[in-house]
Design a protein around this ligand. Structure first.
Ligand SMILES: O=C(O)CCC(=O)C(=O)O
Length: 243
């Protein structure tokens, strides 16, 4: 099966959302979960509604002090290349140098936000262990909520949603990256009749749409690996001494 992202373009979504089910195998998923869960304790940053690990360096306004990604993450690079995930973004950069790992317990989520200009405008997310529904909101033109200062849009209805299953790849590009905010509601059960889920057919194969819409999916603990390219990077020494 070819994994070219063009084959997973989500119809009806603004440009551009791609969803590829079974991007990794069950064995690869288990290996990645083990790597995340056995990372050194100080690697975890505990936030109110999730915990996360930062791999590749700390992203700041003026770029990133780059550290190599560990091989358990770079092992996915050939598959990203084969799928063309990061093609056409930059003359020389076409593989991710940064990965934010998020862990959400059932009922945890993330407020709507944009990923911001430190990254080239593509994020590729590999999901592990549990599903979630990512909701998309058009960003008010006068505000720029980012990962570090999200917007509280909990009372606003999302324009559309994507059901993200374990082992899938979700790629957000172009307008959806630059103009839309994405977030995950803090609930424990997802009712698939609600919201405007655009990829139900692909995410729940073997069911017709009315059957799929009748499903209630209970969330478990979910881990997401979110890969991006930071354009401006320096080594630690150069960053400190400005050379
Ligand atoms: O966990 C996800 O799929 C989304 C994570 C996210 O929005 C982020 O890391 O900015």
């Amino acid at each position: 099966m070819t994994r070219f992202i063009g084959n997973g373009k989500v119809l009806g979504a603004p440009d551009s959302v791609y969803y590829l089910p079974d991007f990794i195998s069950v064995e690869e998923e288990q290996t990645l979960i083990n790597k995340v869960l056995t990372a050194p304790k100080p690697k975890w940053v505990h936030l109110k509604n999730r915990r996360l690990q930062n791999w590749g360096g700390i992203v700041m306004n003026n770029g990133m002090i780059a550290e190599p990604l560990p091989t358990w993450l770079t092992n996915l690079h050939p598959r990203f290349q084969e799928s063309g995930v990061f093609d056409g973004l930059h003359p020389t950069l076409n593989e991710p140098n940064h990965c934010l790992v998020n862990e959400y317990l059932a009922g945890q989520g993330i407020l709507p936000h944009k990923d911001g200009p430190a990254y080239l405008p593509t994020v590729a997310t590999v999901s592990l262990s549990s599903h979630c529904i990512l909701e998309f909101y058009k960003c008010p033109t006068d505000s720029e909520p980012r990962m570090d200062s999200p917007s509280d849009s909990r009372n606003q209805e999302p324009e559309f949603s994507i059901l993200v299953q374990p082992r899938s790849l979700l790629v957000l590009k172009s307008d959806v990256y630059k103009i839309y905010m994405h977030g995950i509601r803090e609930i424990t059960v997802d009712n698939l009749a609600e919201g405007n889920i655009l990829n139900l057919k692909e995410a729940i194969p073997g069911m017709d749409l009315s059957e799929a819409r009748a499903q209630q999916l209970e969330r478990g603990t979910r881990i997401s690996l979110t890969f991006r390219i930071v354009e401006k990077t320096k080594s630690g020494k150069k960053f400190l001494f400005g050379r």
